[in-house]
Design a protein around this ligand. Sequence first.
Ligand code: NAP
Ligand code: GCO
Length: 266
Amino acid sequence: MAFIDKFSLEGKIALVTGASYGIGFAIASAYAEAGATIVFNDINQELVDKGLAAYEEKGIKAHGYVCDVTDEAQVQELIKKIEAEVGVIDILVNNAGIIKRIPMIEMSAEDFRKVIDVDLNAPFIMSKAVIPGMIKKGHGKIINICSMMSELGRETVSAYAAAKGGLKMLTRNICSEYGEANIQCNGIGPGYIATPQTAPLREKQADGSRHPFDQFIISKTPAARWGTPEDLQGPAVFLASDASDFVNGHVLYVDGGILAYIGKQP
Ligand code: NAP
Ligand code: GCO
């Protein structure tokens, strides 16, 4: 096998959660370009239809399903359906996620739990559902979409940081428990990426100037810009491919250098 062929995903089946748009969509599109069959889910039919149309526009035949990733019964059903209609999953990307920006002392326990449920419990539920098929197949790749908040805190994101920090450790634990079964579980930690999730942080001010947080991120990032979903495509293909077969339990930060940098002197 030529070395470069190790990056190919030809013949692989990849499930990316919450991939109708945003980061998940960009990752799934890259997988399709690298040769994989794409399966995605989203929370309702409207989003799945929107995703299917967007993939079709790019010439990609994707399989879309409605499934709430926090609901274990729905997830077990989803995996059975995918196995029957598409095949056994080789690559799982736990991408679906939410954030609630609320100061901790104003946050209800219910809101805190909701974030943990989608951002941490769901990757456990999804991974648990696909690992048996991967063991039978003799290989598997699980990629958890972590965050800079797997390492850092900031005002208003206590639940998100707790979930993404936990997701980093779930990543290491899946690696520890199933590495012997030839399953690699790694994380991607995106920096600040321009998607609907971060749109409120980039909204222009009434006078047309940049949002202060937007300015802050640009000055804090050595690349001096926000990331794009496409910036995550190369790392996501690498971690899904045979080229990364001895990379396990790692979180690859794709952040324009932000975690390496103390920031500009004011
Ligand atoms: P996004 O634009 O909000 O997309 C997330 C997707 O997940 C949406 O399609 C969303 O559906 C779906 N989803 C939410 N809850 C779900 C559930 N219970 N079941 C199924 N699907 C569900 O987010 P994004 O910015 O692309 O982020 C994708 C991932 O990257 C998330 O895990 C996020 O935390 C992480 N991340 C993002 C950034 C960033 O700067 N944007 C940085 C680091 C990490 P709805 O539209 O209904 O919510
Ligand atoms: C926030 C942002 C972040 C990013 C991302 C950073 O409010 O600080 O939403 O948490 O989305 O996860 O890596």
